[in-house]
Design a protein around this ligand. Sequence first.
Ligand code: ATP
Ligand code: MG
Length: 279
Amino acid sequence: MERLQAAIEKARAQRKTRDVPGQRAAAATPAEPVLETTPSEVDQAWEALAPVKLQDRLMHRNRLVAFHEGKEAGPYDMLRTRMLQQARTNGWKRIAIVSPHSNCGKSTTAANLAFSMSRQPGLRALVLDLDLRRFGLSRMLGQRPDHGMIDVFSGEVSFASHGRRYEENVAFGFNGSATNRASEILQSSRTHDTLDAIEAVYQPAITLVDMPPLMASDDNFGFLQHVDAALIMVAAEKTSMTQLDVAERQVAELTNVMGMVLNKCRYTDGAYGYEYGYY
Ligand SMILES: Nc1ncnc2c1ncn2[C@@H]1O[C@H](COP(=O)(O)OP(=O)(O)OP(=O)(O)O)[C@@H](O)[C@H]1O
Ligand SMILES: [Mg+2]
């Protein structure tokens, strides 16, 4: 807790000198760690996270096909690998998963990518549910946490006690309650400082942020300039070209567009894997 508090203070001081809109998105190199953390302190921080308990039957029901290695996990493994390559090439670390409207598969993809990343040796990843008006990710994974990321941002609990580790190298930040103040929380500098501090302590190669739909609220608009890039999910036969265009333009004004995933395709020619188109 003390380490996180110190990291928050340091992040706040650093932010004052670099708080220019779009600067995070424009930076081609990773942000400086806000706190000197030795490799063994990072290892200890990961080991100290409580493990998440998952039920196999829920994984199947909720299309969490990457939970088990194999053919069904293939499209998510491919997406993982391409995302990691692109992130590495561009020095991107914090990636938001967004969509024009609801039900495009953001949370399903975030969870599947988490499982896929857990099989990547030497990789550490954070997967945070910042759809603060709901608790999609925790429900999907059968979790009933006492707290949520809003309590981490308010300082009521530390990420060290709230975060849940999957295998050795993936940590989830779930939501346990919903708030109507999501927009204000996601815009607040305390939230951004806390995220910087969590990343400084856990030093993930990548932080995936599961966001609410763009059209549902202004939650994304006060937050996306604090990620390095965004992956836009669209649903085949549901998302219109206009919705897709508007979403891409809105996201591009705030951060880098990493790519677009065409999800829920019933028919593919196999060129991009089983269900996904990705550019
Ligand atoms: N590739 C897929 N094929 C078929 N159904 C899918 C696929 N991916 C997700 N779904 C289903 O679509 C529904 C919505 O998925 P999910 O909750 O992940 O979307 P979301 O974008 O996070 O939604 P919201 O915007 O409401 O948070 C779920 O029932 C999920 O099982
Ligand atoms: Mg969701």
